[in-house]
Design a binder for this molecule. Sequence first.
Ligand code: NAD
Length: 463
Amino acid sequence: MYTHTAGIPKIVNSLRETFQTGLTKSTDYRRQQLKSFLRLMRENQDEIIHAVEKDLHKHRVEIVSAEIAPVVNEIEYMLENLDKFTKTKTVKAHYKMNAMDKCTIRKEPKGVVLIIGAWNYPINLILLPLVGAIAAGNCAIIKPSEVAGNTAEYIASIVPKYLDPRSFAVVQGAIEETTALLTEQFDHIFYTGNGAVGKIVMTAAAKHLTPVTLELGGKSPVIIAPDANIHTAASRIMWAKLYNGGQTCIAPDYVLIPKDKMDEFVSACRKIVKQRYGDNPQDSDSYCRIISQRRFDTLQAYLDGMDPKKIVVGGESDRNDLYIAPTVVGPVASSGHPLLDQEIFGPILPLVPVEDVEESVRIVNSKDTPLALYIFTDDKSTREKILDSTQSGSVVVNDLLLQAQEHSMPFGGVGPSGMGSYHGIKSFETFTHERSTMIKSSGLENIMMARYPPYSESKSTLV
Ligand code: NAD
């Protein structure tokens, strides 16, 4: 049930009142909330799986690995590191005048933050940033995506049972409710979704000078170098492309492959699809569905615009079942077709044949800076050449998607694929203000006097 827009200012105000009492700043409170959050995830695993299944019709293995485990790991990580992260840091003063003083950096919560999630990992993308917001001592409003409506409804029902409603609230809704939320003043806005809405969020935030984290999307390329093992590359790329039905922000979007390796790659893909999903992937319970008819129609239009001879694997679809078969198309040119000009966000993999690695790099650099870049090579100089001549939010060499699991590495985009990052300590830092605090003695005024007028040449050496 959507939240009444008229009630939104009251929700924000009540969280702000709580924040001002200092309740969420205490580390004991944060720890207690995080432990309760952990219980939420553990005690309700089956219900969470059920809600996500209803929205995305995917296998519970994918739900546990992509939705539940990352949130649980993040909570455990924050609990283990809370004392370390929240500790005031003492730093050395560099100016002579301050040499006797205590210079510290206090890790303070930003205040009341807003987290807006996307539908494709409807638990992970809303609850994982919430872990960081709680650990950092904030009050938070979360706004799950209405597109994954069953999961949003479930989140709204379960969160108030485990997290303190004085400090944390769920707002449900679509454009109208999110627009109403965005007119309110927050101390940080964390948004995951497409870049067009990212601009709306950033424009609304600018009105209050609110900092933003934008976790956006784009076309994440795969560069296959001439030395790569084609079977291994195909195996890992097809896993990453078909995981969640290709509806993953860091899914491999298109593959740049040496011309003479195309046939080998295509026949490996064909074999892999059969091994993993059988003769008819529509019958496999391991294969996810497209989220909505609107998204289905976009993907279908991509395929309809393609020369049928170029659909070399799959291509079948069923609108009533929101099913699009694991599909490989190629050879295709590097631009001039929606498949190469827009983010695909579905189980369709275009292959772009190239002469050499230099051509691959030129193609990558001709498009918006991607969220992820994948490179298949064991050759160090090829790897370094590609890394040095491209940009992306993250890179994985010889595999895909796994960078998102590592809370030791920041997760985020660059340029059109996003700004800011999170996961692990970066989540904590995203929702933290580092408050420089200098503590001077009220004594020693005769030394401090050196900075006061009337000035003289000799005083300039003292300050
Ligand atoms: P979506 O439709 O769920 O929208 C995201 C959020 O924006 C929702 O909560 C929605 O209610 C809100 N919203 C939509 N229109 C709005 C408007 N006009 N004003 C205010 N709020 C509005 O998700 P989506 O945008 O379809 O998500 C897919 C995109 O997100 C892809 O581009 C994908 O790559 C990207 N994505 C990025 C990440 C990441 O971590 N970088 C993760 C997942 C998805």
